[in-house]
Write a protein that binds this ligand. Structure first.
Ligand SMILES: Cc1cc2nc3c(=O)[nH]c(=O)nc-3n(C[C@H](O)[C@H](O)[C@H](O)COP(=O)(O)O)c2cc1C
Length: 357
């Protein structure tokens, strides 16, 4: 049930499969007899150099997998020299995660129907010393996830014989789950009081279908730091994000968990990078599973890649060390793939490394 929540996507999981499938269909051009003794995988975003070209995307409800997952992921990102994006739907308060990995944490938020929640979030982020705000723009509408429905894994989840049996087969997870102090949403409160279960349910399910680019402009006027708009899959939206004051666009289809009738992010990326034309950094996630995927995304116009699910497997296995190991594997593979293309500086790769198919 819990693995399905992590692995799954919307409806028939067409976009989820396309993210991985389209990336693995990109072919890189091998070149030989070029000196590749000094590899440079660093990337630069907002004037900061990141040693590892892959950051950790925002993911909610991580404490379902492991009580300390958010802190473990943030520390892994910091150790690897990259960034972790804290989700607004995290069980661990932003300030605790930011304190665990100072300087390496960005904060994801969205437009809640109650404007007070937006203001509270901006204040919290500022108090925690956060410099980069990631606005999830693709959650105005929510989608069905068939795996979760089949498993009875919804906000009104009631234990069914199947889910009890399922949990009983994982005693260590069950013990962690039952004994950890479980705050479903570490940060959200109403009038200073922690949300009760019903409020949380409404908070999760109540989409703000009235949010528009005007809301991004409003946040621009309130937020002194950088703004990244996440969920961009169209060149026109990328331009709208820049016009609304965004400092970066983040190409993402939510890992195929939202709209299941759309192309992969690697298919959407080149036109968006073309529209952005170097004005702001272009971040991308979705289906990155090998280092060669990072080289492909960078060659097609990305400034920084992010991963979701892969680092969670590492964190569940062995906390910070496990997640860090996943980032290391990806970076090492990216280095080898880059060297095979006869190139040494990842941030400078261009389409010449993409092989004709
Ligand atoms: C379990 C899970 C929870 C997620 N929660 C959020 C979230 O709270 N906010 C958000 O903007 N994106 C969320 N996402 C989407 C990720 O930020 C990211 O776009 C996606 O996972 C990238 O694809 P990948 O898992 O193939 O690397 C979530 C993804 C997963 C797998």
């Amino acid at each position: 049930m819990v693995m399905d929540f992590l692995d799954g996507g919307a409806l028939d999981e067409i976009t989820l499969r396309a993210n991985v499938g389209d990336l693995s269909a990109v072919r890189l051009q091998q070149r030989v007899l070029r000196e590749v003794s000094e590899m440079d995988l660093s990337v630069s975003v907002f004037g900061t150099t990141l040693r590892t070209p892959v950051g950790i995307a925002p993911m909610g409800l991580m404490s379902l997998f492991r009580p300390d997952a958010d802190v473990a992921l943030a520390r892994a990102a910091q150790a690897a020299g990259t960034v972790f994006v804290h989700s607004a739907w995290s069980g661990t308060p932003l300030r605790d995660v930011a304190a665990a990995a100072p300087g390496s944490v960005w904060s994801q938020m969205t437009f809640w129907p109650d404007a007070r929640l937006v203001e509270q979030h901006l204040q919290r982020a500022q108090d925690a010393g956060i410099e980069v705000l990631v606005i999830a723009a693709d959650v105005s509408v929510s989608s069905k996830r068939d795996r979760d429905l089949r498993n009875g894994f919804t906000m009104e989840a009631r234990p069914t014989p199947r889910s009890v049996l399922n949990a009983a087969r994982r005693p260590r997870w069950l013990l962690n789950f039952l004994t950890s102090p479980r705050v479903a949403f570490g940060d959200q409160s109403v009038d200073g009081n922690p949300m009760n279960l019903k409020q949380m349910q409404e908070f999760m399910e109540h989409e703000n279908t009235s949010a528009t680019w005007r809301d991004v402009e409003r946040i621009r006027a309130l937020w002194p730091g950088r703004i990244v708009v996440k969920g961009i899959v169209s060149p026109d939206d990328a331009r709208a994000a820049i016009d609304s004051g965004a400092d970066a666009v983040y190409v993402s289809n939510h890992g195929g968990r939202q709209f299941d009738a759309q192309p992969s992010t690697v298919a959407a990326l080149p036109a968006i990078a073309g529209a952005v034309d170097g004005q702001v950094p272009v971040l991308v996630d979705g289906g990155i599973r090998r280092g060669s995927d990072i080289v492909a995304m960078m060659a097609l116009g990305a400034s920084l890649c992010l991963v979701g699910r892969p680092v969670v497997y590492g964190a569940v296995h062995s906390g910070t060390a496990g997640a860090e190991h996943v980032l290391e594997i990806l970076a090492e593979e990216a280095s080898v793939a880059l060297a095979f293309t006869g190139t040494t500086i990842l941030r400078n790769v261009d389409r010449s490394v993409i092989a004709p198919t």
